[in-house]
Design a protein around this ligand. Structure first.
Ligand SMILES: [Zn+2]
Ligand SMILES: [Zn+2]
Length: 187
């Protein structure tokens, strides 16, 4: 069986009849659109099973990496994605019963192939964090002057966030232990 990108030829499997199966190790770099920009190829074990009215496609041990934007500092960062197991049905014909059009995939009867691109895209987006952060320690942007606090502590002039921080520092300097620390530093 051959595939080019996410398009997988199933003619041979189809002709073997119901219950026939096929397995392949995938290592592909598909274009999943602007909302799922991959920074590493997708590797996964692909299993295909010929059913009565279609093909069941199972992906296991899927690994890849995507680029996301940090919700605190707006920097782009890479996030590893791991999917243990997922499956979709590719039908020979559009099912007559009620179905979710996002979850129904069809076999390309002209090419005798299935395209797993949309399956991959859905599954990867599903594994995005609800609130992406580049690091749990990310300090984000100053709410006053929008400087990136991971990079600099120098605020723009007239920034109230800066004043707030200075007053916090002043308070800290009144703590006896802070002074003790300074004594140790000077020795
Ligand atoms: Zn960040
Ligand atoms: Zn500021």
């Amino acid at each position: 069986m051959t595939h080019s990108g996410t398009l997988i030829k199933i003619g041979q499997l189809w002709n073997q009849g119901r219950g026939a199966s096929y397995r392949e190790e995938l290592d592909i770099t598909p274009d999943l659109g602007s909302d799922a920009h991959l920074t590493k190829p997708i590797t996964a074990d692909l299993f295909l099973i010929r059913m009565k009215d279609g093909i069941t496609a199972i992906l296991e041990n899927l690994h890849t990496e995507t680029e996301l934007t940090c919700s605190r500092c707006l920097a782009e960062f890479c996030l590893p994605i791991r999917v243990k197991s997922t499956e979709r049905q590719f039908f020979e014909e559009t099912p007559t019963r009620d179905y979710d059009p996002f979850e129904v995939f069809l076999i390309d009867r002209d090419k005798m192939a299935i395209d797993i691109n949309e399956m991959l895209r859905q599954e990867i987006i599903l594994h995005f964090p609800i609130i992406p952060v580049c690091s749990e320690r990310c300090k984000g942007l100053c709410s006053g002057c929008r400087i990136n606090l991971n990079i600099t502590e120098i605020h723009l002039p007239e920034c109230k966030g800066d004043q707030l921080e200075l007053s916090e520092k002043a308070e800290q300097s009144h703590q006896p232990f802070a002074k003790l620390k300074d004594l140790f530093k000077s020795n």
